[in-house]
Design a protein around this ligand. Structure first.
Ligand SMILES: NC(=O)c1ccc[n+]([C@@H]2O[C@H](COP(=O)([O-])OP(=O)(O)OC[C@H]3O[C@@H](n4cnc5c(N)ncnc54)[C@H](OP(=O)(O)O)[C@@H]3O)[C@@H](O)[C@H]2O)c1
Length: 312
């Protein structure tokens, strides 16, 4: 049943998506709506709801587990995109693990039938990187709470208003020199955010416990990717290779001028370690290079600020 204003009520069959007004959550929510599903979102940014949205909004309030449970009660599937990109202020990957556990416990208590969880390629409890260790702990937590689940593991997302490719293009449009760390020969395997959404909606329909790498058909080296974006946006920037240890301080300096965290040392190192690449078959369909070509006029025209999106 739906009350006036799109409010999902009573025994209505609906799904819950975290962050339906942010990045991948928005794509998943619209994929679900296109499949005829009613959607409720849990978000820290209710003010970003587009006017007239049919998505019902509830707070992503980890300090109120009972409220979370109520928001999840009656939902068929929880699509979970919640995570934090890097530690900043009082937020860390450790707190994100603890909060993910709060969310899963609420889902279990609410009787949610299935969780479709967005993770990362190569989560590892023994990883030197808190991001990848944390992701392994969150995947583990799904089982700990006895939740039927599917895990989708993207490496990098592109499409929509994503940050990474946009900001590479932004830098290439403005700087005379673009520095690539080390050999630049490490590969990346981005997937279009709508392909991730399609896989998520599919995984929501299944009853299998499954873990799927969500990766696209193209696997350029990072150096190839930067050159492709440079040519597409008509940048005159010189792409140079520099020793890897120079990248984090250079990114920090740029971040200071942009009032953002451009790239953390761990993010660079994980990329250089090949953690944004996989060997298996592609599960995404959209071509990365075609998408860059199609969006060359707008890509990197404005800077996408991660701190403004999620930390202020
Ligand atoms: N983006 C990529 O390239 C990429 C690559 C690999 C894996 N992934 C994984 O994909 C999932 C979704 O990523 P995304 O880029 O689509 O994220 P997103 O939409 O920007 O955010 C996803 C959810 O996390 C919440 N969130 C993000 N940062 C937060 C912070 N600092 N404090 C509190 N809440 C925060 C958002 O809250 P609001 O609802 O308030 O916005 C939203 O509900 C994550 O698990 C991520 O690890 C992403």
């Amino acid at each position: 049943m739906t009350a006036p204003g799109g409010e999902v009520t009573g025994s209505d069959d609906f799904d819950v998506v975290t962050g339906a007004f942010s990045y991948s959550g928005a794509a998943i929510a619209s994929g679900l709506q296109a499949a005829g599903r009613r959607v409720r979102t849990l978000t820290g940014h209710p003010g970003r709801a587009p006017a007239g949205t049919a998505i019902e909004v509830r707070p992503l309030a980890f300090g109120d587990p009972a409220g979370l449970t109520e928001s999840l009660r009656g939902a068929r599937t929880l699509y979970n995109t919640y995570w934090v990109r890097f530690a900043h202020g009082r937020v860390s990957h450790e707190t994100a693990v603890a909060q993910s556990r709060v969310l899963f416990q609420a889902a279990a208590e609410a009787g949610v039938r299935r969780v479709v969880h967005v993770s990362i390629t190569h989560p590892d409890p023994d990883s030197p990187y808190p991001y990848f260790r944390g992701k392994a702990a969150v995947e583990q937590a799904l089982g700990d709470f006895g939740l039927a689940h599917a895990v989708l593991r993207p490496a990098i997302l592109f499409g929509g208003n994503g940050v990474l490719l946009n900001n590479i293009a932004w830098l290439l449009r403005r700087l005379p020199v673009f520095a690539v760390g080390g050999s630049g020969e490490y590969r990346v395997r981005p997937i279009h955010v709508d392909d991730l959404a399609r896989l998520s909606v599919q995984a929501g329909k299944s009853t299998e416990t499954e873990v799927v790498d969500a990766v696209g058909p193209e696997r350029p080296t990072f150096l190839e990717l930067v050159h492709f974006i440079k040519d597409a946006v008509g940048s005159r920037s010189q792409v140079i290779r520099v020793p890897g240890p120079l990248i984090p301080p250079a990114a920090r300096l740029l971040g200071l001028t942009l009032r953002d965290t451009l790239l953390t040392g761990d993010e660079y190192q994980a990329l250089a370690d090949g953690l944004a690449d996989t060997d298996g078959p592609a599960t995404g369909e959209a071509s990365l290079t075609q998408w860059i070509t199609d969006h060359k006029g707008t890509l990197g025209r404005t800077y996408a600020n991660e701190l403004a999106r999620h930390f202020r």
